[in-house]
Design a protein around this ligand. Structure first.
Ligand SMILES: NC(=O)c1ccc[n+]([C@@H]2O[C@H](COP(=O)([O-])OP(=O)(O)OC[C@H]3O[C@@H](n4cnc5c(N)ncnc54)[C@H](OP(=O)(O)O)[C@@H]3O)[C@@H](O)[C@H]2O)c1
Length: 335
């Protein structure tokens, strides 16, 4: 992969990355460090995103031209009982980041959002021009992520409308919506494999359809889009294909078995269950599918030759790497 467009970076002003210790944050650390790109990675202890003054202080101190916000309140069920906290982290904090970048010549804000900004208003894949909501169908997490998107777009809409001769250097924002992400951290695939070691039966939801997305691939796409001068806006960053949670669980277990994992779970005891029967605190849409057509077009227009794989190939690669590393350390339980 070519990252020649990294020449655009001002190496005297490191990128500021929020969410250092999350799945996407960890993938960003690996990628940016490999590329020798100067970056400051901030965890919760360095900057608590519930503190507006801390965010402003850190940005004024670091003076970045590029902010990547991989931090978020991501506990979907818990958000139902603490929506104010979810809104502070998922809406107010990105608003402050946008306010900062909007004043920076050639600045760039990369912010992650989610499939859960959509309810169940459509039976086919959502595209970027589809209107999110309806609000009555969104869970608190989805509402907070949508509020973050709206806040960013509002701030940048003022700049986009300004008629200036310096339009080439206008600050930009990329809102990258992704879904069902997995990387180095707590995620669905690890949970399923963990349970397969200790339980002889498992019921997994089969009537929610979405696109599982590898965090490291998401990061690769984010950086390529960001540094190729892709236009400001929302992009759906998901691989090809679609699956239910049940299908992802089945494929992950089969792949892990092929890689030598000896599970307690019997194949015939992996069963599908409906959302209704499974029950969860927060409501989740049946349709979480997002189309990656706009992404494909943007990459092609920028001359970026990045593969958009099928989700199943990414999951197989992930399970292979993960099972190899856990078996190496003789560990069956996921940390
Ligand atoms: N994971 C998914 O399935 C999924 C799906 C759709 C969209 N997304 C979006 O993708 C982005 C990255 O997700 P992810 O999977 O990497 O999430 P993650 O693993 O849960 O990481 C989120 C990070 O945010 C940090 N954070 C939370 N509250 C904070 C606070 N008050 N101050 C500072 N940092 C705080 C957490 O810090 P600690 O480590 O200290 O807790 C954590 O490191 C998010 O915007 C998320 O909404 C994720």
């Amino acid at each position: 992969m070519s990252y020649s467009s990294f020449e655009l970076l001002d190496h005297s002003r490191p990128i500021v990355v929020f969410g250092r210790d999350g799945q996407v944050g960890r993938a960003l650390q690996i990628c940016l460090n490999d590329l020798n790109v100067p970056a400051v990675f901030l965890g919760r202890a360095d900057c608590d995103l519930t503190s507006e003054s801390s965010i402003v202080e850190v940005l004024n101190h670091c003076q970045p031209k590029v902010i990547i916000n991989a931090a978020a309140y991501t506990e979907v069920d818990k958000a139902e009982s603490e929506p104010e906290l979810a809104f502070a982290i998922n809406a107010k904090a990105p608003e402050l980041m946008a306010q900062y970048i909007a004043k920076v010549k050639d600045g760039l804000l990369i912010h992650y959002s989610a499939d859960y900004v959509f309810g169940d208003s459509k039976k086919t894949s959502y595209v970027e021009t589809d209107i999110p909501g309806p609000m009555s169908q969104l869970n608190a997490y989805g509402k907070s992520k949508l509020a973050g998107e709206v806040a960013i777009e509002k701030i940048f809409s003022v700049i986009q409308n300004e008629t200036s001769s310096d339009s080439k250097n206008k600050p930009r924002y990329l809102i990258l919506r992704t879904s069902w992400a997995y990387g180095d951290g707590d995620n669905f695939i690890r949970k399923i494999l963990n349970l397969a070691f200790i339980q002889d039966g498992l019921c997994v939801v089969d009537d929610q359809i979405g696109v599982p997305t590898s965090a490291s691939w998401l990061v690769e796409i984010s950086l390529n889009l960001g540094f190729s001068r892709a236009s400001s806006g929302i992009y759906h960053v998901v691989p090809d294909g679609e699956a239910s949670w049940y299908h992802i669980a089945k494929l992950s277990i089969e792949e892990a078995r092929q890689n030598g994992c000896h599970f307690t779970l019997k194949s015939e005891n992996l069963q599908s269950i409906s959302t209704l029967k499974y029950g969860s605190v927060a409501k989740r849409p049946h349709n979480s599918r997002m189309s990656n057509k706009k992404l494909r077009r943007a990459l092609s227009e920028a001359g970026i030759n990045v593969l958009i794989p099928h989700w199943s190939n990414q999951v197989k690669t992930y399970v292979k790497k993960y099972t190899e590393s856990t078996m190496k350390t003789n560990s069956t339980l996921i940390v």
